[in-house]
Design a protein around this ligand. Structure first.
Ligand code: ZN
Length: 220
């Protein structure tokens, strides 16, 4: 049974419920290219349910018999205020914290769904599909570019810089709120940089956000 609860980096709970995790596909041009996808002309949005969230430090269990499970390392934004048709400044003040997430994806399943023009939930929404790190208070992050990395077994695999996003964080959040409301405790995943790939049992994943957050997890 899912029992996820948001936490701050110091271990104290964030007293907000996780309602939904809103994700954007293809927000980094280099990643769209590596999967032979066109860059969308408006943000490609999808939602992972609250039941997909797990603490990233828990061992990762891969769903059996469904083909490749890809990691996608993404900057996660914790929303602290309700947002409906928000302006950029309202969106910016609603950002409570930043963390890191893995947008785990059943890539073979997703490829079949894409071919048929069907929604991605079967590939993106399974229990455990969204490992989330603790959050760092938004005021601790640099005002300009934010940098994050993924290493697997010590090898660099992904490096993200928010300046490379096709839809930067604040306009993205404002745009999402023009389509549906965001609530306190919701999380926005801001897309993955290039370097995605399949996970295998025994791997150790190390995720780092600036010099503010470092988390490790293992694939079982
Ligand atoms: Zn993603």
């Amino acid at each position: 049974m899912p029992d996820y609860q948001h936490h701050w980096k110091d271990g104290t709970p964030v007293h907000l419920p996780l309602g939904k995790i809103v994700c954007i596909g293809r927000n980094y041009a280099e990643h769209a290219k590596e999967l032979n996808n066109p860059v969308p002309d408006e943000p490609l949005l999808f939602i992972k349910p609250a039941t997909s969230a797990v603490h990233v430090t828990r061992p990762l269990h891969l769903p059996p018999g469904q083909g490749d499970v890809h990691y996608e390392t993404e900057l996660a934004v914790l929303i602290g205020r309700p947002l409906t048709h928000a302006s950029a400044s309202e969106a910016e003040t609603a950002i409570l914290g930043y963390g890191l997430a893995l947008d785990l994806t059943l890539r073979d399943v997703q490829s079949r769904l894409k071919e048929k023009g069907q929604p991605w939930e079967r590939a993106k929404a399974f229990d455990g599909a969204c490992p989330l790190s603790p959050f760092v208070s938004a005021d601790k992050l640099p005002r300009g570019n934010i940098h994050f990395t993924l290493h697997i077994d010590g090898q660099p695999r992904q490096a993200g810089d928010t300046r490379d996003m096709l839809n930067p964080i604040v306009p993205l959040i404002a745009h999402i709120s023009s389509q549906f409301s965001l609530m306190p405790g919701d999380v926005v995943l801001t897309g993955t940089p290039k370097g995605v790939g399949p996970l295998a049992p025994g791997q150790t994943l190390s995720l780092e956000l600036e010099d503010l957050l470092f988390v490790e997890t293992k694939v079982v």
